[in-house]
Every structure is written in structure tokens, then in C-alpha cells.
Design a protein around this ligand. Structure first.
Ligand code: ACM
Ligand code: ZN
Length: 637
């Protein structure tokens, strides 16, 4: 991703301008009230269920209430739920066969019940709770909904209701880049705990890149003895110094195959598939650093610590070199045996093709295979890797660059450079997972950048919430679903992983699970308020950036700087001052008329309030910075 940082910034500014009109239409469409039980009532579920009917009365949950499993066995789900309730409320459920006060989990035959795959119905009455589903995953999702209905305060009065629910898409994913920064097995498991609260079912692990190789391959020990380690640096990514002299590579880490088996099992118990990604042919410096004969230049590059090297490093595999395919066969043989997922992700993005164009081996391959250009050379590579995966019983998925030069016959495309790649692939009859960067990239800024940890670009909560994974004129059945992707160049610790994921991950959960007709921004922003309280209780970090002011500077006719102010969340008041003090609700209130800097003023300080209480962070911004944004065409951040 880092290769595109600057380009993306420019594209983003242009795209924003174009997209505004589209947002207006979407906002209009989304503003019709759905069955918005969650919005004004007592029930606040994310993602919004298909239908919620609130009823009078409550079920009072007490210690000793029985949890009854009818129909098929649920594995560890009943024990998992008992533990969740205990953590949430301190109440102790008892597993049994009935009793006065019971929560019944019932798996019924799908044909008889008409329940959708992975769907459930949940009925809460004063005398008991019943969750009915046609499969264990459906019960699990019903329990997640129930957990969001249990108050954390005593008595645990659960509002009576009938809920029917099922997912819109089968693929509801998050991607975690564990290469740019390594996250431990426990942290990955914690991420799984976080994501299943919102009915995500796929965790895509970006296991290799220029900055580290993260999975043990027993037949290639250098990958983890060498490729998993780089020199330790702290500060701002991209500005780090390369290795100094013979400095030891002490930062990084990897998962042993036993670790990964534990993660996979942990995920399976929570109905999550782990999708492994090995990013090839480019983004492969950790692999090339471990086995330097695999690149065209064959130079001994170090694993990149997050520095921007002065000369281009050859981070792409040599497509003309047969050793590359021998090594890949070893890697994919071990991965296919380790990961139960239907797919293996082979990356395929952002390959610099310049070294291929001059490498004798690559040129030879092009001549032998009658390939007209380097795009076709890349396509040859992807097709060859697809055959390798097929032979091992796996399907290939890759970033949308795998379309260049011709798509492999059975490939599934993960569309990230917007939706165009996904549309092109679907038109050819290929399956698609949508992850367009401007809606789904969780590493981008999520609000006013002066009060955020440094990163790049912009993807606001509303951007994520208002996107739809099915473009017009595309067969919906080919869109398997979508993901939120967290690249971790600027994410050095797990608290920041959570901060960047939530609440945009809540918005995307609703995009991928709920019916499109249920999308309602005001209802959603009400519900995140309740969810933030639950996240506080669970110790999950999240961003409140959507409450911050959005500043839009412009030049007026007389070339003076004027600033418009707005917020994503509706119903907030904005107070501001130019006198360098800290504004509160006694200060000037923004009334929708763009403001000018008074003569001599150099700084604007702004804060947002809701119902008389501060809610956003105070933003202090220099006039010069706002002027720079106008002059550079960066209107919104
Ligand atoms: C990507 O962001 N390079 C897939
Ligand atoms: Zn080559």
C-alpha cells in the first residue's frame, strides 16, 4: 500500500469531489425509516437485524437460569455464552434440560423452519428466551444479538421482542496486516473476539510483505529465522532509518504452525475462517531477503524496517526463474495442509515490473511462452500459481491487479482500487470480494487529521456506512461480500488496531450483514453510542472521530480564507473562537455561515457539543494549515 500513498491522496481529493453528489443521493435513499426498532426503542443492535418487533415487558435474567441446548450439539458455544454472560453481568447460567427460567437454543431442520443459512429467530418473553436456527452458526449469531440486548446493570432486564435475522452476504471479513507490524497470537485471538460481536466471519491475515514473513514454513527455515526480523524502529513509518552497520534485526516475530493451528481452532469455535495471504510476486522482500536467488537482481536486500529506500529495491520474484516455483510449491504445500479455508490469497498487487523487463530469465520466459508484455508475464505467473493451488485443493483469490494481462480461469478477485476491478471480474463471471480503499481501508484517517495519529488519506465513518458492495448492473450472486482492510504501517500496537477498526468496522458489519433497505445513518449513529458503552465495558478501544468537526476551507471572491464547519453525526452544536482560548458552549456557535479569520488571527479553535455536553475533541488549527489545504486542493482534511 505504501507505494501508493501519495497517488492515493491526490486521487482521494478528486474522488471526494465526484462522490459528494452520490452521497447526497444515498443519504436521501437511506433516510426512509426502516423497521427502526433499534433507533428509538430499547433495542440497539449492530448490525441491524432484518426485523425487530419490540414487545411490552422484560425477561429478568438471574443467576441459575438454565441454558438448554435442543436439537444438534453446539460444540463449545453454550460454554462460550455462559462465560460471556458472566463477564458482562456477573450472573452464572446453568446448563440443563429445562427449568423455570430458561434460555433455549434450538437447531431445527432448515426445510421445516424456512430459516435462512446462518440466520436465526430470537424470541424474548417474560418467561423465557428461545433462539432457533438451522445451523450452529445461526445460533451463535442469535447469541451475539442477545448479548447486545443484555444490560450491564442489574437487574438484567432484557426487553421482550421477536427478531428475525440472516446475513446479506456470506463473506463478511476484516483483514489484519501482521507483516508491517507483528501482532501476537493472543492479540489475533482478541481481534477475533472483537469481530464476532458484529457477526464477521472471515479474518484475512496478510502474512508476508517487504517488512516481515510471519508463518513458519518447516521446509524453508530461513523465512522465519531471517525473514521475520528487522531492525527495531519507533516513530513515524516511512521515515525510519535503514539498518546501521551490522545492527541486529531484533524486531518482528512469526506464528509457528502450532500457534496458527490454535488461532484457526479459536476462530472455528467462533465461526470465523482464517484466510491466509502470501503476497506475491511483489511485496516479497522478506522472502527475497531470506532467499536472494529468487529476485531478478539477486541482490542481498535486508528486511525493510519501514524505511523509504533511496533506490528501488527489487521486491518482486523473478518469473523466469524455476527455483521460484519450487519454493512457492513448498510454501503452498504447507499452507494448504495447515489452513482449512477454501481459499488462499496470493496478493498480486502493486508489482513493479521494471526488473522483469530487463531480466534475461524473465525475457526468456516471455519468449518461450509467447507473452507480449510484462502484464502477460504477471498473468502467466498467477495462472501457474492457480494450477499449483488447485492441485492442493485450494481456490485462488488475489487483489484486482491479477486482472492485468488476463485473469486466471477460476480466480476470485478482491477489488481494492475502487470497484472497477470487481465489476470487470464479475462481468467475466468471476466471484468478487469488495474492499474498495475509499470505503473499506481502515488504515486511513477517520476524521480531522490534526487530532489523529498520523496516517494518510481519509475514510470517514459515513464513507464506510454509505457504500454498497453491489454496483449497478452486476449480478449480486457474484459478489460474495466484502471486507474492511487494516494495513498496519502506522499501527504499531494492538490498541491502535482496535482504534482504527472501530467504529468503521461497525459500519461495514452493517453493510455486509443487514438488508440494504435497513441502512439508516441517524439510527446507526444513535446505536454506536450504546455500543461505545459496551465497548468501554469490554475494554475495546475505538475512535470517537465521527463526533469531531469537519473543516472545509475555501477562498472567497476577494481571495480571503473562509471556513465552513460541519459534522458527520447530525444534531451536534459547533462552538469556535479565533482568540486562542478553549471554546465551550458560551462561545460563538457556528450557524452555517462560513467564517473569516479576523485581522491578525492565526488560529481557529473548535469544539462540538451534544445536548449541552462536549462530545468531540477540541481541534486547534493554524490559519496557515487551512490555507495550505486550499492551495493544495485538500478540501476536507
Ligand atoms: C493494496 O492495498 N495494495 C492491496
Ligand atoms: Zn527475472
Amino acid at each position: 500500500m505504501s507505494l501508493l500513498l501519495n497517488t492515493l491522496n491526490i486521487i482521494k481529493v478528486m474522488a471526494k469531489f465526484f462522490l459528494r453528489s452520490r452521497y447526497a443521493c444515498l443519504a436521501l435513499l437511506c433516510s426512509f425509516p426502516f423497521l427502526a426498532a433499534s433507533a428509538g426503542g430499547r433495542i440497539h443492535i449492530i448490525p441491524e437485524p432484518v426485523s425487530v418487533t419490540e414487545k411490552p415487558g422484560d425477561f429478568i435474567l438471574r443467576s441459575g437460569a438454565t441454558l438448554v441446548v435442543e436439537g444438534d450439539s453446539l460444540g463449545g458455544t453454550a460454554a462460550w455464552f455462559t462465560e460471556q454472560v458472566q463477564t458482562l453481568t456477573g450472573l452464572q447460567l446453568r446448563q440443563g434440560n429445562g427449568g423455570k427460567q430458561a434460555i433455549i437454543l434450538d437447531i431445527v431442520h432448515r426445510d421445516k423452519s424456512g430459516i435462512h443459512p446462518n440466520g436465526y429467530s430470537l424470541s424474548v418473553t417474560p418467561s423465557g428466551i428461545r433462539i432457533t436456527a438451522a445451523d450452529p452458526a445461526g445460533i451463535f449469531y442469535g447469541l451475539q444479538t442477545l448479548l447486545q440486548m443484555i444490560p450491564t446493570t442489574q437487574p438484567a432486564a432484557i426487553p421482550c421482542a421477536d427478531i428475525t435475522d440472516y446475513p446479506r452476504f456470506a463473506w463478511r471479513g476484516l483483514m489484519l496486516d501482521v507483516s508491517r507490524h507483528f501482532f501476537t497470537k493472543q492479540e489475533v485471538e482478541r481481534y477475533i473476539d472483537d469481530m464476532v460481536r458484529y457477526k464477521y466471519n472471515t479474518l484475512h491475515l496478510h502474512l508476508s510483505d517487504d517488512e516481515g514473513w510471519r508463518i513458519e514454513i518447516k521446509s524453508l527455515p530461513q523465512l522465519t529465522q531471517h525473514g521475520a526480523w528487522r531492525v527495531a524502529r519507533t516513530g513515524r513509518w516511512g521515515e525510519f532509518l535503514p539498518a546501521l552497520g551490522d545492527e541486529a534485526a531484533s524486531a518482528g516475530g512469526f506464528y509457528t504452525q502450532d500457534d496458527m493451528r490454535e488461532i484457526i481452532r479459536y476462530a472455528q469455535q467462533r465461526y470465523v475462517t482464517i484466510l491466509p495471504e502470501i503476497d506475491i510476486p511483489a511485496h516479497s522482500l522478506a522472502l527475497i531477503s531470506s532467499y536472494p536467488n529468487l529476485s531478478c537482481t539477486q541482490l542481498p536486500y535486508p528486511v525493510n524496517p519501514g524505511a523509504r529506500p533511496p533506490v528501488r529495491q527489487d521486491n518482486a520474484l523473478c518469473i523466469g526463474n524455476d527455483s521460484v516455483y519450487m519454493v512457492l510449491d513448498k510454501i503452498f504445500t504447507e499452507l494448504a495442509a495447515l489452513f482449512p479455508s477454501e481459499y488462499i490469497h496470493i496478493g498480486g498487487d502493486e508489482a513493479y515490473k521494471g526488473f522483469w523487463a530487463t531480466c534475461p530469465k524473465c525475457q526468456r520466459r516471455m519468449a518461450d511462452e509467447h507473452l507480449g508484455n510484462v502484464e502477460e508475464l504477471q498473468s502467466y505467473f498467477v495462472k501457474r500459481v492457480e494450477k499449483m493451488l488447485t492441485a492442493k485443493g485450494k481456490k485462488l483469490i488475489g487483489w484486482d491487479e491479477i486482472l492485468e494481462g488476463g485473469l486466471a480461469p477460476e480466480a476470485t478477485v478482491m477489488s481494492w482500487r475502487g470497484m472497477a476491478g470487481g465489476i470487470a471480474a464479475a462481468r467475466m463471471g468471476h466471484a468478487v470480494v469488495m474492499t474498495p480503499w475509499d470505503y473499506c481501508y481502515l488504515d486511513l484517517y477517520q476524521g480531522e487529521s490534526t487530532v489523529e495519529p498520523p496516517t494518510y488519506g481519509m475514510c470517514r465513518l459515513k464513507d464506510s456506512y454509505t457504500y454498497d458492495p453491489v454496483p449497478d448492473s452486476v449480478d449480486e450472486r457474484l459478489i460474495l461480500g466484502g471486507q474492511g482492510n487494516l494495513w498496519t504501517e502506522s499501527v504499531p500496537n494492538f490498541r491502535q488496531v482496535e482504534y482504527m477498526t472501530w467504529p468503521r468496522g461497525l459500519a461495514l458489519a452493517e453493510v455486509y450483514w443487514s438488508p440494504k433497505s435497513a441502512r439508516n445513518w441517524d439510527s446507526f449513529t444513535d446505536r454506536i453510542g450504546f455500543e461505545f458503552q459496551r465497548m468501554d465495558g469490554a475494554g475495546i478501544k475505538y475512535a470517537r472521530s465521527a463526533y469531531n468537526v469537519i473543516l472545509t476551507p475555501k477562498r472567497s471572491g476577494d481571495h480571503e480564507l473562509v471556513v465552513s464547519m460541519s459534522t458527520e453525526v447530525t444534531g451536534l452544536d459547533i462552538y469556535y473562537t479565533f482568540d486562542n482560548t478553549n471554546p465551550d458552549s458560551f462561545y460563538p456557535k457556528y450557524d452555517g455561515t462560513p467564517v473569516k479569520f479576523p485581522l491578525g488571527a492565526t488560529q481557529l479553535n473548535v469544539i462540538t457539543y451534544r445536548n449541552g455536553h462536549p462530545i468531540g475533541q477540541q481541534v486547534n488549527i493554524k490559519k496557515d494549515e487551512l490555507a495550505k489545504r486550499v492551495d493544495e486542493g485538500r478540501h476536507v482534511y
